[in-house]
Design a protein around this ligand. Structure first.
Ligand SMILES: [Cu+2]
Length: 177
């Protein structure tokens, strides 16, 4: 865990430490929601963005992931990849979030839906644990520990997120969303 002067950072660090002591597997469990296989990728020491992937299991009624909070970056958004009319893959901010089916699961994976971190406050390195708070419509807030893993191979047939041009996101980083 990196040492920074930010108050919210230390708050999150304390929460992470407390959480990691309690948690083995699964990574997060709150009522009907279980998060497994959560990891984060960052493309290098100069990275301005990062992306997180995970599987969300739902034992209960249909729910919806509507938001994510983290002090890793200035903004955290739910994103997806979509091909535009020119056949170019683009990332889109999904304002309405992701529906998590009743008694099923929903996977955030490279080349598809992901949690996007825009404007990193500090660049995490391999093995760092980042705390996220996922907000679900019904289950409420679920704290998840996400480990940086830049060595993980993409799922067969998936796209390489790191090769995505985040150019369209630059504007958003400056605040003209
Ligand atoms: Cu993205």
């Amino acid at each position: 865990m990196k040492d920074t002067a930010m108050t919210s950072k230390s708050l999150f660090a304390a929460a992470t430490a407390a959480f990691l002591t309690l948690a083995s597997a699964p990574l997060a469990l709150a009522g009907d929601i279980t998060v497994t296989d959560a990891y984060l990728r960052v493309s290098g020491a100069m990275a301005k963005t990062a992306a997180a992937f995970m599987t969300i299991e739902n034992q209960g009624a249909e729910d919806r992931l509507i938001g994510v909070q983290s002090d890793l970056s200035k903004r955290v958004e739910l994103h997806t990849h979509k091909q535009n009319s020119d056949g170019v893959m683009q990332m889109l901010h999904v304002e309405e979030g992701f529906a998590i089916p009743a008694g099923g699961h929903y996977t955030l994976a490279r080349g598809g839906d992901h949690v996007m971190f825009l404007g990193l406050n500090s660049v995490p390195v391999q093995g760092d644990a980042i705390t996220l708070v996922l907000t679900f419509e019904k289950a409420g807030e679920v704290m998840v520990a996400v480990t940086v893993d830049n060595t993980r191979a993409p799922v067969a047939g998936g796209m390489e997120h790191g090769t995505m041009e985040h150019g369209t996101m630059k504007q958003g980083e400056e605040g003209n969303n």
